[in-house]
Design a protein around this ligand. Structure first.
Ligand SMILES: C=CC1=C(C)c2cc3[nH]c(cc4nc(cc5[nH]c(cc1n2)c(C)c5CCC(=O)O)C(CCC(=O)O)=C4C)c(C)c3C=C
Ligand SMILES: [Fe+2]
Ligand SMILES: [Fe+2]
Length: 338
């Protein structure tokens, strides 16, 4: 029993700041069984699919999971690396470099990554923070543009976790960084570097992951933030409106998603005589299935089959120095006063 005389108070323990970089998550293996487990958790999140639970349960379990797990597993197999899923590898690499850079300034900051779905989940990592004596916590979803489907879902887990805890740290949450100067500059520099090495294509496409049009109509600011990112990048690259294409990929299901669609735009551009495009995906902090397979493989094929000559994919910021620097600055800005 603790009393005012107890000697086991922890007032003298060092105060640690924890930084959790959170990404979507990925299957543990590129097999239909592992992809099924991952998709089931992901697509059962009511932030991701807003269809009433009972109806969605039947659609998900009887139609989507049996077919999609096989199809997606084949896609994952085409990009899988020796040490695992690109999304996981790239997220770990970025985190390690950010941790390394921040450790040069302070030994009281702990940086880790977590995944919203699947392994390395957020609860596990939040517990680990607590065990290491973190009493100030900064959570950064690795989504530059806010969406309820992604960012808010991460917030939900933080809320649910601390609902079960007696002791809650100081908590800060970065809900977006779509117009952050250093993020825009990192994208601009990435494109400029690509131009220096490969020359300039006729058009630069900025392809973002889509969301349902209904979500936008109901107030999700995601599309507006994507268009703002694209506008800022185009301005700094001094591209005119006919040299830049802002599009949305990864449509899921039959409902209308935000447009223009990446696939339809590439086909239309090729058909009207555009011979070369370069594509970058600024909504993804690191390369993953949606960029390496869907854009660099599948959409490249659509463009070339429709008559295009040259299609170049420009990688995500991944663990580039510019990305590490911008993340460190974002962390410093958001831990002011701690
Ligand atoms: C970048 C932001 C993302 C938003 C917004 C987003 C919304 C969203 N996604 C789906 C359905 C799927 N997405 C899938 C993969 C996937 N999605 C994102 C990011 C966003 N999703 C990433 C980074 C990835 C890649 C994961 C990896 O392992 O590399 C998939 C799984 C793959 C597949 O079967 O195609 C699905 C399904 C919905 C429905 C949605 C918004 C409503
Ligand atoms: Fe997605
Ligand atoms: Fe996809």
């Amino acid at each position: 029993m603790k009393t005012p005389d107890s000697t086991n108070f922890d007032h003298k323990k060092p105060m640690k700041t924890g930084v959790l970089l959170v990404n979507l998550g990925t299957p543990t293996e590129p097999t239909p069984a592992a992809v099924r487990v991952y998709l089931k958790e992901f697509l059962s999140d009511s932030r991701v699919v807003e269809i009433p639970k009972v109806i969605w349960w039947f659609i998900l379990n009887l139609i989507i999971l049996p077919f999609r797990s096989k199809r997606s597993a084949a896609a994952y197999q085409s990009i899988w690396q020796k040490s695992g899923s690109p999304l996981l590898i790239n997220t770990k690499n970025l985190t390690n470099k950010v941790a390394q850079k921040l450790s040069q300034k302070s030994d009281q900051v702990i940086v880790d990554y977590a995944m919203r779905y699947g392994s390395d989940n957020m609860v596990e990592k939040l517990k680990l923070m607590e065990e290491q004596g973190v009493n100030k916590l900064l959570v950064i979803p690795l989504y530059p543009q806010y969406s309820a489907t992604t960012t808010a879902s991460i917030f939900d887990v933080v809320g649910q976790y601390y609902q079960q805890q007696r002791r809650i740290p100081d908590i800060r949450f970065v809900s977006h960084y779509h117009d952050n100067d250093n993020y825009i500059k990192a994208l601009v520099d990435k494109v400029k570097h690509h131009w220096e090495v490969n020359g300039k294509a006729e058009k630069l496409m900025l392809s973002f992951h889509g969301i349902p049009q209904r979500n936008w109509d109901k107030g999700d600011p995601y599309a507006c933030e994507c268009f703002k990112t694209a506008r800022l990048v185009a301005e700094q690259l001094e591209l005119s409106s006919d040299q830049i294409l802002t599009t949305f990929q990864s449509r899921f299901g039959k409902a209308q998603w935000i447009q223009p669609y990446t696939e339809a735009t590439l086909k239309a551009e090729a058909a009207k005589g555009t011979s070369s495009v370069q594509v970058i995906c600024p909504g993804f902090a690191v390369d993953c299935l949606e960029t390496l397979e869907e854009i660099a493989e599948e959409n490249k094929e659509y463009f070339i089959e429709a008559g295009g000559q040259k299609f170049e994919y420009i990688e995500c910021l991944n663990d580039d120095d510019s990305h590490v620097d911008m993340m460190c600055k974002l962390i410093e800005d958001n831990t002011q006063g701690w």
